[in-house]
Design a protein around this ligand. Structure first.
Ligand code: MN
Length: 729
């Protein structure tokens, strides 16, 4: 009899044994069984056990040649997000590295007051920050997305379109920037198949109709090229390929071309040993077939920013059918297929200051920098959506650095791509040494020199916003205006701040006001009150997001200013109706706090409130400081305990994460009825990933009783997880 779950592990067992040392394989296996147990009972939308997903993601990463920590993290990548397992648990069992990788791909908890778009932007920012620390995070995330896309047909219509759109707008461009071509193409093709199924089917049909012809055509060319190439180089490897559906789709529907007008539907790839061999082959090929003018590109002498290198040329065969030839070395081929991941697959090392990699992911820190200057998280999403397109032009700085820009970008976009300081001081530009107007559209191969003014006070013009095409340039120009208009921003920020305080009934003396502002500046890393107000003014700090902090600080200030706490008297005790014993105080009002609804058996602590007696919290309630001795008012936190014996009923709040089935509520009520549980309140809401969250407050008479209820609920079909929760939000 094999271990439960083995039928899932067996899907990667062989590959793991082959790719890793026994000690590493052992950790991978341990991670698998940990994930298997953690996800037990959870199902994918396809109805299969949830564990098939992390296993599939791990499998993709093994195929990619990633290291064992990546594979371990792939197996664990959803446990923190979707099960009661915490990041700390992962750290204890699998070490800090794995914990950081898992945490990197884990979405943020629900952000209060944030829209769907803001949530998406914040999550993306978190992902980029994590990948800036460890690039493996994004490779795991891409593999995760790839498997989710492969199984997207099981997901409800709306969610399917949202995911497909996010994939084509965000994740495929990221895969492209990282040079991971097969992943980029598969993500794009899958996304198109869901977003525009009719066009997708048309292209597939067109390709299929020509299949026999195409095979014959490619086979003939390959054979001819192989014979001729072998006369100039050793062991050339010849491959034939068809352009991806999405590649054809883009040319047909976005560039308005006919299927017949797409030259590079057919491509032949020649892989050779040395760079010299590449150019020798090119000579032979141009001798064999007629090259199409203007279609030759030398990405060997000037690699693309994602490290891609090859010679490209388009030729016309005797049949009159155009085809593309790509010529590259074996090393270039690895980079073309695996991009950044090639460094793990071919053990080229990454951490030891690998220049190529640093360049390849330089855009991550660039993007984060631009965003932190502007203060708007949505700028990250906009930049990836608009600027990370496949139709790029490659231009050069006078020093020879390659800059990739989306097609249609102007010299101003170029200047801002170099640095915001260059853009802000720009007065003009030279292209290939000739002065050009500011709205000049740059073309591949041009050398661009930005002319700047050293005159203080020089800045961009508002009209530039109409000229530039990249989100990056737009963001940076707006940022300049925001910052240069400091006085206005300060005024704006101040009045917004003051009106918010009034609206929240926060009234303070001048001295207390100063105190509050000092704390806020410190927390927001602002050096002066004016800096803080200016940031509020141009939106660098969003007031609604820091309101909870303001309220907290206000409460602390007010509490610190109230008269001293009630005196404790020895050998007195109070016992409440609910059975809580407070030592040292007689005759006091005892209340179970509603934020965490403690019940007998819970570890509890008391807080002496002003005028409302002692409120009793669970020790791990979020309103209780971890270390009460170091808290603002240590003397107010007091020991309380349960008076064992007289059990009465208590309220307990549970959070159920459920699949949105039609019979869900019915199933929940039926099982609660069977247990004779009284429901105090029930609230439900949908999540954007199609689940239903149920906030349930019930009567229970002890922790044991509550636990048995939780175990019973866990068995209800459709309920994915059952947790104790705080108050209903
Ligand atoms: Mn996942």
């Amino acid at each position: 009899m094999s271990k439960p779950g083995y039928e899932h592990y067996s899907k990667i067992e062989e590959a793991v044994k082959k790719a890793f040392e026994p000690n590493e394989a052992e950790i991978i296996e341990k991670a698998f069984y940990f994930a298997f147990v953690s996800h037990d009972g959870q199902k994918r939308k396809s109805g299969e056990d949830y564990i098939i997903h992390p296993v599939a993601v791990a499998k993709i990463l093994i195929e990619f040649g990633m290291d064992y920590q990546s594979v371990v993290s792939a197996l664990l990548h959803d446990v923190v997000e979707d099960t009661p397992v915490t990041a700390l648990d992962v750290k204890k069992l699998f070490g800090e590295q794995v914990m950081l990788l898992v945490d990197g791909v884990t979405k943020l908890g629900k952000i209060p007051l944030a829209s769907k778009e803001e949530q998406q932007a914040e999550n993306l920012r978190k992902l980029l920050l994590a990948m800036n620390e460890d690039i493996r995070v994004i490779i795991i995330k891409l593999a995760d997305r790839l498997h989710n896309m492969r199984t997207l047909k099981y997901v409800p219509e709306q969610k399917r379109r949202d995911t497909a759109r996010e994939t084509i707008e965000i994740y495929a461009p990221i895969a492209h920037r990282l040079g991971i071509r097969p992943v980029k193409e598969e993500l794009e093709d899958l996304a198109i198949s869901f977003l525009d199924p009719i066009a997708y089917a048309e292209i597939e049909t067109a390709l299929a109709e020509q299949e026999p012809l195409r095979k014959e055509f490619l086979a003939k060319i390959k054979e001819k090229i192989a014979v001729r190439a072998a006369t100039v180089v050793n062991n050339p490897k010849i491959e034939g390929r068809i352009k991806s559906v999405h590649g054809i789709y883009r040319k047909m529907y976005m560039q308005g071309k006919n299927f017949e007008e797409i030259y590079d539907i057919y491509a032949v790839r020649i892989i050779v040993d040395t760079v010299g061999d590449c150019y020798n082959c090119l000579g032979v090929i141009h001798d064999m077939y007629k090259p199409i003018q203007g279609r030759f590109k030398d990405y060997i002498s000037t690699p693309k920013p994602n490290m891609y290198q090859s010679l490209h040329t388009t030729l016309i065969g005797k049949e009159g059918i155009p085809f593309e030839v790509q010529i590259r070395t074996h090393e270039m081929h690895r980079t073309a297929e695996y991009g950044i991941a090639a460094h793990w697959k071919y053990k080229l090392g990454y951490k030891d200051g690998n220049n190529k990699i640093e360049k390849g992911i330089g855009w991550v820190s660039h993007l984060l920098e631009t965003q932190s200057e502007s203060g708007e998280v949505s700028d990250i999403v906009n930049t990836i959506k608009n600027d990370f397109v496949s139709d790029e032009v490659f231009v050069f700085t006078p020093k020879g650095d390659v800059i990739a820009l989306p097609m249609g970008a102007t010299v101003i976009d170029f200047a801002y791509a170099i640095h915001s300081a260059v853009g802000n001081k720009m007065t003009g530009a030279k292209v290939d040494k000739r002065i050009v107007p500011l709205d000049y559209t740059v073309k591949t191969g041009e050398i661009i020199e930005v002319l700047t003014s050293s005159q203080p006070g020089k800045g961009p013009s508002r009209d530039w916003l109409k000229i530039v095409t990249t989100s990056e340039a737009k963001t940076k120009i707006r940022t300049w205006f925001k910052k240069e208009r400091r006085e206005e921003n300060i005024e704006e920020g101040k009045s917004e701040y003051e009106s918010q305080l009034r609206r929240n009934n926060i009234h303070l003396t001048d001295e207390q006001h100063g105190q509050l502002l000092n704390t806020l500046c410190e927390k927001q890393k602002m050096s002066t009150h004016d800096d803080f107000f200016a940031a509020l003014g141009y939106g660098g700090i969003v007031l609604s997001k820091i309101m909870p902090t303001i309220k907290d600080e206000y409460n602390k200030i007010v509490r610190a200013n109230t008269e001293s706490t009630p005196k404790l008297k020895a050998s007195k005790r109070s016992v409440s109706q609910e059975g809580v014993v407070v030592e040292g105080i007689d005759n006091c009002l005892i209340k179970l706090s509603r934020c965490c609804n403690p019940i007998p058996g819970d570890d509890i602590i008391g807080f002496i409130t002003r005028g409302h007696g002692v409120s009793v919290h669970k020790r791990d309630c979020t309103n209780v400081p971890v270390n009460t001795k170091n808290s603002a008012e240590p003397e107010r936190w007091i020991k309380v305990s349960w008076n064992n014996g007289d059990a009465t009923d208590f309220y307990a709040s549970l959070l159920l994460t459920c699949l949105s089935t039609k019979t869900l509520m019915n199933d929940i009520f039926t099982s609660l009825n069977l247990l004779h549980i009284t429901v105090q309140s029930i609230n439900t809401r949908g999540t954007k990933d199609g689940r239903t969250l149920v906030n349930l407050t019930i009567n229970a008479n002890s922790v044991e009783h509550l636990k048995s209820v939780m175990v019973r609920l866990q068995k209800v079909p459709g309920i994915l997880s059952v947790d104790r929760s705080g108050a209903d939000i």
